[in-house]
Design a protein around this ligand. Structure first.
Ligand code: F6P
Length: 547
């Protein structure tokens, strides 16, 4: 049990006084604090000095990492051991971006051979489509790609597509549809010409209701517009681990791209699931994304734990959540390209570690991961930052920014960066009543009138944050940034003693939805097994269905 470990107990003791520390004081007592608690990698700067930590806390966190065997467990993941114990699978998204040529064995097979073959197949296909050699059934070039997928088979590629827009050419437009809400697909298809559309159906299982429903509707749209029962052959490709199901759908064997059971959905953008990225940005940019992630993999594998960026992020998350009891964490990118990054990381971390039993199936009696949420910082400032600054609950934040922009318009970038830096400063320092009084006096205000308003203006401060800066946002640095968080999540799982790679919690909802769907589509069916609330909701839907 984690709670019995020496380092865990020590951290518990250290947490009590740390809850009352002042970040401002910690900075004023130590001129070297920022240098002590920051890390510069070739293409990334991590400043974690604005956390309620000191050398002793960090030392105990490093001891914990050692006590739980983090380094050995990391090696086990990279080498293909079955670390997803509840599904008896290896976890090898790292192999997808490993260009070293060394073999990685799973069940006696070198997965690197398969990965290389699949990458070559992807590259060939991407070049055919982008060069206009791949033609639709009426011999027209493909102009629009519509990616159909959900969860891990959608959000990663979509997030990357948005982040790297400046690298896309306008020749080929890529659209993403994940929601089974028919409006989403209909709106996407409305302006498109079926003769020039290619659908990429991305589903590891090829059974997910949302994706398969969208895929069938898309196929009907194609067939009826093109008067061609074979439209699927030139207009639909699939990414899946179930070839038989994709073939059954009508996709030609040569148009099926493989993903493997040792790639988890939420870590899969590096596999053929990334096909829409490569189609939009070109294969060379997709490769740069892989190389960026590979650089982070090497860092994670080789850097000592006290200089290891993913490990530091995992330890700080554990400290803030499990020991200091802060229950949420905000991810706040100040780069418009990263506007889906918070949602992506929400899925990655919460689906991985949002659990309450340990790897042995025993109940956990400590806080695991926080609620992850956020949006672009600038928009957030005018929405929920009020809560961050003066709300009842402390929400540690990750501020993420890129120093230079691909598109330089005078002044914009400085304003953006100034806001990023100033917000973490303000969250840390706050403002007390006395300094508000001093400011009021020097501005000649009436102090008596001011006294009434002062309590409203006090900011407690002392709100922890990390700041991550990239020199610029490009395929390479984005790859590294995503891998940074992926490894943080892995390390967090090890520290918390959680199996990070299953998602049983998603299954129950899916099963229930199927049962409710039957009741919705077949009125009169025995609904006796449903509770009265569910029956009432279904009845309301029946009543208003045709309105
Ligand atoms: O969200 C739950 C989940 O099972 C994810 O793990 C997965 O990425 C997603 O659904 C989609 O699954 P599939 O790729 O099989 O369609």
């Amino acid at each position: 049990m984690r709670t019995q470990l020496d380092s865990w107990r020590r951290l518990k003791d250290l947490a009590e006084p740390a809850k009352h520390w002042s970040l401002q004081k910690l900075f004023s007592q130590d001129a070297e604090r920022a240098a002590r608690f920051s890390l510069e990698l070739p293409d990334m700067y991590l400043d974690y000095s604005k956390n309620l930590i000191d050398e002793e806390v960090m030392g105990s966190l490093f001891d914990l990492a050692e006590e739980v065997g983090l380094v050995d467990k990391t090696r086990a993941m990279f080498s293909g051991e079955m670390i997803n114990t509840t599904e008896n699978r290896a976890v090898l998204h790292t192999a997808l971006r490993d260009s070293s040529g060394s073999a990685v064995q799973v069940n006696g097979e070198n997965v690197q051979t398969k990965i290389a073959a699949e990458l070559a197949k992807m590259q060939n296909f991407v070049e055919l489509v982008r060069d206009g050699e791949w033609r639709g059934s009426t011999r027209k070039k493909i102009r629009d790609v519509v990616s159909l997928g959900v969860g891990g088979s959608n959000l990663g590629p979509k997030m990357v597509s948005q982040a790297l827009k400046p690298y896309a050419d306008s020749e080929l437009r890529v659209h993403y549809v994940s929601n089974v809400d028919g409006n989403s697909l209909a709106e996407t298809l409305r302006p498109l010409n079926p003769q020039t559309v290619l659908f990429v159906v991305s589903s590891k299982t090829f059974t997910t209701t949302e994706t398969m429903t969208n895929a069938r509707t898309a196929l009907n749209w194609l067939e009826s517009a093109l008067f061609d029962k074979k439209a699927v052959e030139k207009h639909v490709v699939a990414v899946t681990s179930d070839f038989a199901k994709a073939r059954e759908f009508g996709v030609l064997e040569e148009n099926i791209f493989e993903m493997w059971d040792w790639v988890g959905g939420r870590f899969s953008l590096w596999s053929a699931i990334g096909l829409p990225i490569a189609l939009e940005l070109g294969f060379d940019n997709f490769e740069k994304l892989l190389r960026g992630a590979e650089n982070m993999d090497k860092h994670f594998l080789s850097a000592p734990i006290n200089e290891n960026a993913p490990v530091l992020l995992a330890l700080l998350s554990l400290w803030n959540t499990t020991f200091l009891n802060f229950r949420a964490q905000a991810i706040l990118p100040y780069d418009q390209g990263l506007h889906l990054f918070s949602a992506y990381m929400q899925q990655a971390e919460m689906e991985s570690n949002g659990k309450s039993v340990n790897i042995h199936g025993e109940p956990i009696d400590y806080q695991t991961v926080p609620l992850i949420w956020g949006q672009t910082g600038i928009d957030g400032q005018h929405a929920f930052y009020q809560y961050l600054h003066q709300g009842m609950n402390v929400v540690p934040a990750d501020f993420i920014g890129s120093v230079s922009s691909e598109i330089t318009i005078e002044h914009h970038q400085d304003i953006l960066l100034a806001n990023l830096i100033a917000q973490s400063q303000a969250l840390m320092n706050g403002v007390d009543a006395n300094s508000l009084r001093r400011t009021a006096l020097s501005a000649g205000c009436n102090l008596q009138e001011m006294e009434q308003i002062i309590p409203h203006k006090v900011h407690q401060g002392n709100r922890p944050s990390n700041t991550i800066l990239l020199p610029r946002l490009d395929p390479n640095t984005l790859g590294a940034l995503i891998a940074l968080y992926e490894h943080k999540i892995f390390a967090q799982g090890v520290l918390l003693d959680i199996c990070s790679f299953d998602q049983w919690g998603v299954e129950l909802g899916k099963k229930q939805a199927n049962e409710v769907q039957q009741a919705l589509t077949k009125p009169g069916r025995d609904e006796g097994e449903f509770d009265s609330s569910t029956r009432g909701l279904i009845a309301y839907c029946h009543k208003h269905r045709s309105l």
